[in-house]
Ligand binder design. Sequence first.
Ligand code: HGY
Ligand code: MN
Ligand code: MN
Length: 415
Amino acid sequence: MRVSAPLAERIEFDLDTLAGIVDTDRSGWTRTALSQVDNDGRYEVLRMMRGAGLVADIDGAGNVIGRLPGRRSGRSLMIGSHVDTVDGGGRFDGNIGVVGAIEMVRSFREADVQLDHELVVVAFFSEEPNRFGLSCIGSRAMTGRLRPADLDRTDGHGLRFGDALPTAGIDPSRILSCAMDLSTVDAFVELHIEQGPYLESHGSQIGLVETITGISRFRALFGGRRDHAGTTGMDVRRDAGCAAAGTVLAVERIASQSLHGKGTTGSLTFTPEAVNVVTERAEMVGEFRGPESGWLRHACETLTEAAHLEGSARNVTVDVEWLPQQEPVPMNERLLDVCAAAVDELGFRRSTLFSGAEHDAAIMAQVVPTAMLFVPSVAGRSHCPEELTELNDITAGTTALAHTIFRIDRFDRPA
Ligand code: HGY
Ligand code: MN
Ligand code: MN
């Protein structure tokens, strides 16, 4: 069965176009959410979608959404990913899922493939944790999972997330009420780079994701006392920086004691930042990830205890705030079977694997049957400028996406 032939040249052109819309003052390919380049990037995606023949617009949560009508009205299939990046990140994370989805639409139209389902292509807003510590904003809003309290979170300058949203063209009074009716969506499939070494080391071209990792994120504040660095005795200091440093090591220790768990301190700031002043205040942001929710809860409790021990040993106040735990999310088994059949029919070598990275698919899966297709990351590198996925692998992933969607369309044809 020949469904369509995605063109590598067009995928490369679109990826290069997006790679040109980045913050040139930062390293790598930086297009963080709530920046002008992210606005420009999403408008470029809007142009790409319209150029591919989709009826496209940006919704009240900043998601770029394109629609291709189906032959039968009423049911939809959804594909897509995100185009925001981490600071200093790469060109492929998220981007290939959006560019691949748009190329799939072009190739369907050229091959005169018409789906029974309406096809919905999405570039979700702010998938990466933004400076307010929140991730997957677009998919949370689309599924009705963004909470009023999320809008009250502040960044390092005390600015509220809700007050920052207009810079992205988003009305904060509307974002909580722009959930979509997803009851008519039969499947969401996200194409993404693996971001780890598994597929490459197993010689696989395509990965089928079984489960997406659970995540617990925290912000810890340490309050000590500002003193002179040269005259204050070591035994009387209330050094918030040392309490935070001990807690950083506790994150590493707790995760290292687990088989599959990961723990990372992503940000640590001292106030004042002066070599000759004892630190008065330290702020630390970190996370644990893993496939078992029981371990995640244990890690959170152990870390909170460790932070308080580090604080009380130095007469430093400690406040650890946890975001609601994101549970590990299994993908839809029946959809995985459809993906496997499509990949096998194409003759691609495949593996089944666990995703240690977070994805909009984990949010969508709570409402819509969801699957993910991974393509290899060279040397497993990601969230860095060296991030690379070969063009032929992206094209293979796009072909697998097209065949998967075609199969779902035929098998899930509404009665
Ligand atoms: O942070 C993550 O796991 C993902 O790449 N957004
Ligand atoms: Mn990422
Ligand atoms: Mn991503």
